[in-house]
Design a protein. Sequence first.
Length: 226
Amino acid sequence: MLLLMRVLVVEDDDRIAVPLLDGLRRHGFTPTRVTTGAQALQAAETDVVLLDLGLPDVDGIDVCRQLRSRSGVPILVITARGDETDRVIGLEVGADDYMVKPFGFRELVARIRAVQRRVSGSASPVVEPDEQQLGALRIHRRNRRVYVDDIEIALTPKEFDLLALLAEEPGVVVTRQELLESVWDPHWYGPTKTIDVHVATLRKKLGDRGWIETVRGVGLRLGRPS
Ligand code: CA
């Protein structure tokens, strides 16, 4: 039921590519990486292409144009260049969307999914199941609603994101750093106390501390209250 989306990452900078690939894997994508335009044009077809414009061998705009001339693969341009001209050119040569560095990881994932949905129409592959039932807990990801025993629980956006992330793999520990990177910001270097505050309110709203278990010194995981 879980369809893995293959993502080609065209990015020469390790500092961007390494965390990007880690994050994509954590979100259920299957990324492969190349570092030059030439490699990008030789790579096997994927479901989505994330394309950096500043490549060492050729201009990313040319790579985009060539990819588009032979394939309908969704292309999401990722670049440090933020001026209007580049945005317009990127879209004119066939990019489906455009993100300027630095960007939040959640925004990237949302855009990949949006681009994929636009391209494939209603029969699109869904990386995560839209509705998830875990004992008394039910999570609707698309409309961002949460129910316990069929009673809707009003969550803030961050509380929902936190719960949804833990629910991606129930019982598996998510580290505090992963939580910060996914729910807050990939470049978060501040105190991690903000997680504790959100977890405390989330537990209260869910009505049982057992839904979210603290694994001391490691992180959090979704539990099953007995
Ligand atoms: Ca680059």
